[in-house]
Ligand binder design. Structure first.
Ligand code: AMP
Ligand code: MG
Length: 391
């Protein structure tokens, strides 16, 4: 089995770890629901007019109708509709007793001030029926759903002004590497700016998770041990970048092992981004991403995000779309799943962007998706179908 599939199976087996809390509805956007949302009424709660028009009996639709009253939205109709009678009705208002049809104002003619004729006897009934959207006690949203825009509306509609969600994990970020300087500094020869902090912070922000950035720590066993020990004392999870590999100064895997962490995996089978660790000790977690910016971004998107969502008890399935390739793709080695930045154009076709590999984060600026090239696949032709993941 390929390594990435194995990791996905390991993620699926992780036990959700974070606690729940009750928050107000206006704080619920982009949080993880931790209760089933149930309907407390039928919806619509009454037969409701879908149009501004006249309510009558469909059997009378070809006749001149006697006008009774105007029914506004929010009002209870007073008059029952009998043979050859109608009431004017507004969109969203309760259909009066006796009526089984609403014809549109635009398809009506007033005769002698108080008589109405429908000009389209083939009209639809234009009624939203009691309970046709959902019934009382139906599950409207399942526990584990990530609360998006439509879920906010449904929560409000179902009266969930207070909502049970996962507590957000406390996460710290450490960027390892003696070559790193912060973005406000001009790098001297041999140094580069820390671009991974901004990237990881933004990735977490998209998930609504605040992170404490602990800055750059050089490749020094003692300093890294100190920083990690303190970070684990104060946080549920530490994410680090760089130093996760097998270079002479890649200390972090050794530090984690020395501190008794269980390592779930230390490589991903993905290109770019093979070296990556995920480890656990009790209720503390550590996610180690590659230093190379494209690698760390790919690893976050494909692995760290599903891990964090799983630990928060979220049902998360990344969006993958099948789309047609508009260029020819070749590679010499096909021993890993390749993740390639691409553009999905306005026709829905997959276009290439210039891309030199794991350090070339600038290529991502022009991409709106990444495409998957499976293990064993050396060549893809124009017109082939590929999986793309929108960014
Ligand atoms: P590493 O994973 O530590 O072996 O680093 C791999 C490559 O990524 C090296 O060229 C590093 O200089 C670079 N790199 C490491 N950390 C960062 C960072 N925070 N921002 C940008 N580049 C980095
Ligand atoms: Mg390094």
């Amino acid at each position: 089995m390929n390594k990435f599939k194995q990791i996905q199976e390991q993620i699926a087996l992780l036990e959700p770890n974070f606690k729940t809390e009750i928050i107000s509805l206006n704080e619920a956007f982009n949080r993880i629901l931790q209760e089933d949302v149930l309907a407390d009424t039928h919806m619509p709660p009454f037969d409701k007019s879908a149009m501004d028009g006249y309510a009558c009996r469909f059997i009378d639709i070809e006749n001149e109708l006697e006008f009774l009253e105007v029914v506004h939205a929010g009002m209870v109709p007073v008059k029952k509709i009998e043979k050859n009678q109608c009431s004017k009705i507004m969109t969203g208002a309760a259909v009066p007793e006796g009526a089984d049809c609403v014809f549109k104002v635009e398809e009506s003619k007033i005769i002698d001030g108080n008589r109405v004729k429908c000009t389209n006897p083939k009209t639809n009934k234009n009624i939203c029926y009691l309970g046709e959207d959902y019934k009382i006690n139906d599950v409207l949203i399942e526990k584990g759903t990530i609360i998006n825009v439509s879920q906010m509306a449904v929560l409000a509609g179902a009266g969930y002004h207070r909502t049970t969600v996962s507590v957000l994990p406390k996460i710290a970020l450490i960027n390892t590497g003696s070559e790193l300087v912060e973005p406000h500094k001009k790098p001297q020869h041999g140094k580069i700016r820390n671009s991974n902090a901004s990237q990881v912070i933004s990735q977490l922000k998209k998930m609504n998770i605040e992170v404490t950035p602990l800055g750059i720590i050089g490749d020094d066993y003692e300093k890294l041990t100190q920083a990690f020990t303190k970070a684990f004392e104060e946080n549920d999870c530490v994410i680090f970048t760089g130093g996760a590999s097998v270079g002479d100064f890649d200390w972090v895997p050794k530090i984690l092992a020395d501190q008794g962490f269980q390592i779930y995996w230390d490589r991903t089978g993905i290109k770019p981004g093979n070296p990556m660790t995920f480890s656990q000790k009790g209720d503390k977690y550590c996610i180690g991403l590659s230093g190379n910016p494209v690698s760390s971004m790919v690893q976050f998107e494909l692995i760290a995000k599903p891990v964090l969502y799983k630990l928060m008890g979220a049902k998360y399935t990344p969006l993958r779309i099948k789309a047609s390739l508009n260029f020819e793709f070749n590679r010499k080695k096909a021993d890993r799943l390749a993740i390639i930045p691409v553009v999905i154009n306005s026709e829905g076709l997959v276009e290439s962007v210039p891309f030199n590999g794991s350090a070339h984060i600038n290529a991502l600026v022009f991409a709106n998706a990444v495409m998957e090239v499976p293990n064993g696949q050396n060549k893809l032709n124009k017109g082939d179908t590929v999986y793309v993941r929108p960014l």
